[in-house]
Design a protein around this ligand. Sequence first.
Ligand code: ATP
Length: 135
Amino acid sequence: MSTFLLEIVTPERKVYAQNVRMIIAKGSEGELGILPNHIPLVTPLRIAPLTVKREDGKTDFIAVNGGFMEVRKDKVVILAESAELPGDIDIERAKSAKERAQGRVSGKKDQIDLIRAEHALQRALSRIEVYGKKG
Ligand code: ATP
C-alpha cells in the first residue's frame, strides 16, 4: 500500500513525522481527504481533530489548532499554532479552558472578544475529543 510523509510542525516542536496512508482534515471550505498523489494545494485548517491512517493500519487523532496544510508532491506539511496527540493532552486543563471559554462566549462582550472566546472553546473541545480517542 502506498504512503506519504506527514509532518506536523508548531513554533515549539515537530509534533509528528510518520508515513501515512490517508489524512482527513477540516479545511476552511470543508472536510478534505488526502491520499497519496493528491494534487498540490495549500489550505487553512479549522481548529479541529485531524484523523490519520498510519502505514500500520492504526489511526491517530491529533488536536490541530488552526494553521495551514500544504500538500506537496512528496509529502504533506501542517504548520499549526499548536498540536497535541492524545497522550500530550492535560484533560483537566482542557475542561477548565472549555468552561472559561463558555463563560466568555455567553458574556456578551464586543465582537473581537467573542471570536477569541469561540476559538478558545474550539481548542478545548478539539482537545477533549482527541483525548477521548486515547487508545
Ligand atoms: P489554556 O487556556 O489552557 O492555556 P489555550 O487553548 O489558550 O489553553 P494554547 O494557546 O492553544 O492554549 O496553547 C499554548 C500551549 O499549551 C501549546 O503548547 C499547547 O500545545 C499547550 N496546551 C494547551 N492546552 C493544553 C492541554 N489541555 N493539554 C496539553 N497541552 C496544552
